[in-house]
Design a protein. Structure first.
Length: 226
């Protein structure tokens, strides 16, 4: 197997290279063997996948297409959530097997019936996972750079708009708080209060407080990653 495409636990479509010569995904070279390069990359609609070869004519290219689901978003979301729960149940069943717990017998009822005793094991959050649908940047003025893809809009307040990001390397979710600089400028200088807020956030570590990760200064906006 050269590579595999899968959906991670957050519903993000990923590619994992499993080859010796590697796979090119949107100009990022992945390679499993040798551990000199990353092995996974998030895929989005239009992502180009290339199986590399020393001979140019032997390079194979694919372009990923993700249907819009327009008019069927609710139905697709329900099916997607059912699938994610099925995956979580299967993983729980495998974990139980590895731990040597008594396993229910497979029968004509199929996997769902066989896993019924473990139905309470998967986290309920699988029901709230939403599929990522093809979209533009959701109105965000920054495309996420080399690290992130913009995958959703979370909310808007008096001074900021918050977007959902997913890391390109492993598909993990973060939030980006978009601030328009001109709202925080005084005499051409960024308000010290904003910098103080970020410095305070950097030092906070608590399970009930959103953790500061990073910030990016892009054009007329600032982005606080959490």
């Amino acid at each position: 197997m050269h590579f595999r495409i899968f959906v991670n636990k957050l519903g993000v479509v990923m590619l994992q290279d499993m080859s010796t010569n590697g796979t090119l995904v949107d100009e990022t070279h992945l390679r499993e063997k040798g551990n000199t390069k990353p092995t996974t990359r998030m895929l989005t609609a239009g992502s180009m996948i290339q199986i590399l070869s020393p001979v140019d004519d032997e390079v194979i290219k694919f372009i990923l297409r993700i249907p819009s689901r327009e008019g069927f978003v609710d139905e697709y979301t329900l099916k997607f959530q059912q699938y994610m729960r099925h995956v979580a149940m299967a993983e729980a069943w495998e974990d139980a097997a590895r731990q040597g717990l008594p396993m229910p017998a497979q029968n004509n009822g199929g996997l769902d019936q066989a896993m019924a005793p473990f139905a309470g094991v998967p986290p309920a959050r699988t029901i709230s996972i939403k599929p990522l649908l093809p979209h533009d940047s959701w109105g965000m003025k920054w495309n996420g750079g080399d690290t992130y893809n913009v995958v959703g809009h979370l909310g808007k307040g008096a001074f900021a708009t918050v977007y959902r990001l997913a890391t390109k390397s492993d598909g993990h979710y973060f939030a980006a708080k978009e601030l328009e600089k001109r709202r925080f400028m005084k005499n051409g200088i960024l308000d010290r209060k904003l910098d103080n807020e970020m410095q305070i956030m950097k030092g906070l570590r608590h399970p009930n407080i959103v953790q500061y990760i990073d910030y990016h200064d892009v054009g007329n906006h600032l982005y606080i990653i959490m």
